[in-house]
Design a protein around this ligand. Structure first.
Ligand SMILES: NC(=O)c1ccc[n+]([C@@H]2O[C@H](COP(=O)([O-])OP(=O)(O)OC[C@H]3O[C@@H](n4cnc5c(N)ncnc54)[C@H](O)[C@@H]3O)[C@@H](O)[C@H]2O)c1
Ligand SMILES: C[N+](C)(C)CCCC=O
Ligand code: NA
Length: 501
């Protein structure tokens, strides 16, 4: 892909179909993770802007041009958005890379996924028209019943920085498909492409207020959305700590939430694998793609003892091939982490692991050749025990923990030895064993002989402290629908519970 020359647009908040300066006129600088320079800024919304956006969303639901649309009509908007994303793909990919430090190659992948996700929910919006009203046959002469699926109303969508536009799309696309009016609050650490989505919605003529985009800080722009009485639902992806705050605030209004939180996912490798290199590559990809900033990263390698030394040797050879560079450079495979805060956090995890007695098998530092930027070497840590922080907590950086096992029982115990429950992977050619692990793993996502491939037709989400609810697939659409039952008495007979006077 040729790298286009792009300018970072200076945008305002996207409210009611137009660009609008935040009431308090505040802005937040954009710091390049690759160079540490300030490369632009984004508007910082506050409670006042949230109120204006919620009103715009309410009005959209009450207007025919959005509130009375069929799924087929909404599908047209979604397809138009998908087409614009593809039209601007290389520019958007570069903006994403500049903003969050992901490699240009991965950012371009994300843009394909974003467009495909809008297309997919366009199909589901069309299909919704025939499912909007479903008769339920009670086999009774005196009652006729049916179930209605209706948009849940105004939804607040709060999203993280690791896949900025993609994580937003996983929520925006189904919310619009369902006919909701949405307010998106992307992460203050990476909002550029989400603001461009506003421009795209304006260009395709999405009715005003159907999607509003408020950038800003979590406590200032996110929290008022959660506690707003006219926001009917919150869909959140982000850290566990913020998830707890959101659930607590939403509980005061008995507001439904879905929470997609963090993880510390295992990849279990058995000695029956035929092709060591193939499994080594999945192990690397599962932990170091997107510089390890993946909620489902398989960051705990649980390795059968009989192949441990051979496997680790191969891993160390492969790791040397990972090109660490500016994320815009060709063939870059590991860019910087998103921010100075994240950089410090990752290095602190590594030094605490050392202090607790673990061995840094490779990496553990800033790469010598990168003088600026928030770069961390791909790091492998061994000699770990299960009480160490590095085994228990999500690092969200390029850090792989390794523990060995002898028996299948031991492997299952280690895999499930976590408060999280997002994903698990097993590498083995014994498919019956894979099936036993599929049953035993306490996670919402299971990968057999791979790690990370994600298909939008399938439900995405976790259990335990990884949250609840599912994005993607038809489950993603259900998140934004209310179910209403309708029961009609069709008999001429009196009910005859009371005596007639
Ligand atoms: N399960 C998944 O699908 C998934 C996907 C991506 C990321 N994640 C998780 O996200 C985390 C990293 O993302 P992050 O650092 O952006 O998370 P974060 O919790 O810091 O922020 C997420 C979003 O919440 C907002 N926010 C912060 N405080 C808030 C508050 N009090 N009220 C309302 N909103 C608030 C932020 O501004 C941001 O938009 C990791 O833990 C990762 O595992 C999970
Ligand atoms: C699609 N991926 C790459 C697995 C990312 C999922 C989102 C979690 O961070
Ligand atoms: Na940024």
């Amino acid at each position: 892909m040729a790298i286009p020359n792009v300018r970072i647009p200076s945008r305002q908040l996207y409210i009611d179909g137009e660009w609008r300066e935040p009431v308090k006129k505040n802005r937040i600088p954009i710091i390049s993770p690759a160079t540490e320079e300030t490369i632009g800024d984004i508007p910082a919304a506050t409670e006042e802007d949230v109120d204006i956006a919620v009103e715009a969303a309410r009005r959209a639901l009450g207007r025919d041009d959005w509130g009375s649309t069929t799924g087929a009509q909404r599908a047209k908007y979604l397809r138009a958005i998908a087409a614009k994303i593809l039209e601007r793909k290389s520019e958007l990919a570069k903006l994403e890379s500049l903003d969050c430090g992901k490699t240009l190659f991965e950012a371009a992948w994300d843009m394909d996924d974003v467009a495909a996700c809008f297309e997919y929910y366009a199909d589901l919006a069309e299909a919704l028209d025939s499912k909007r009203k479903t008769p339920v046959d009670l086999h009774l002469d005196s009652f006729k019943t049916y179930v209605l699926r209706e948009p849940i109303g105004v939804v607040g969508l709060i999203t993280p920085w690791n896949y900025p536009l993609l994580m937003a799309t996983w929520k925006v696309a189904p919310a619009l498909a369902a006919g909701c009016a949405a307010i998106l609050k992307p992460s203050e650490l990476a909002s550029i492409t989400c603001l461009e989505l506003g421009e795209i919605c304006r260009e395709v003529g999405l009715p005003p207020g159907a999607l509003n985009i408020l950038t800003g800080l979590g406590p200032e722009a996110g929290a008022p959305l959660v506690s707003h009485p006219h926001v009917d639902k919150i869909a959140f992806t982000g850290s566990g700590a913020t998830g707890v705050k959101i659930m607590t605030a939403a509980a005061q209004l008995v507001k439904p939430v879905t929470l997609e939180l963090g993880g510390k996912s295992p990849i279990v490798v058995f000695d029956d694998i035929d092709n060591l290199d193939l499994v080594v590559e999945w192990t690397l990809f599962g932990c170091f793609a997107n510089a390890g900033q993946v909620c489902s990263a398989t960051s705990r390698l649980i390795l059968q003892e009989s192949i441990a030394s051979e496997f680790l040797e191969r891993l160390l050879l492969w790791i040397k091939n990972i090109k660490i560079s500016d994320p815009l450079e060709e063939d870059c495979k590991l860019g910087p982490v998103v921010s100075s805060g994240q950089y410090e956090k990752v290095l602190k995890f590594i030094s605490k692991a050392k202090d607790e007695g673990a061995t840094i098998l490779c990496g553990g530092e800033r790469p010598q050749h990168m003088k600026k930027g928030y770069y961390v070497q791909p790091t492998i840590i061994t000699d770990i025990n299960t009480s160490m922080e590095i085994w228990k907590e999500e690092v969200f950086g390029p850090v792989l923990c390794v523990k060995t096992f002898k028996t299948e029982e031991e492997a299952i115990e280690l895999a499930n030895d976590t408060k999280y429950g997002l994903a698990s992977a097993i590498m083995s050619k014994d498919l019956e064993r894979c099936e036993r692990f599929t049953k035993a793993f306490q996670t919402g996502i299971i990968w057999l002989n791979c790690s990370q491939p994600t298909f939008m037709q399938l439900p995405w989400g976790g259990r335990k402290r990884s949250g609840f609810g599912r994005d993607l697939g038809e489950w993603g659409l259900e998140n934004y629908l209310n179910i209403k039952q309708v029961t009609q008495y069709t008999s001429d007979e009196a009910w005859a519970f009371y005596k007639s006077p």
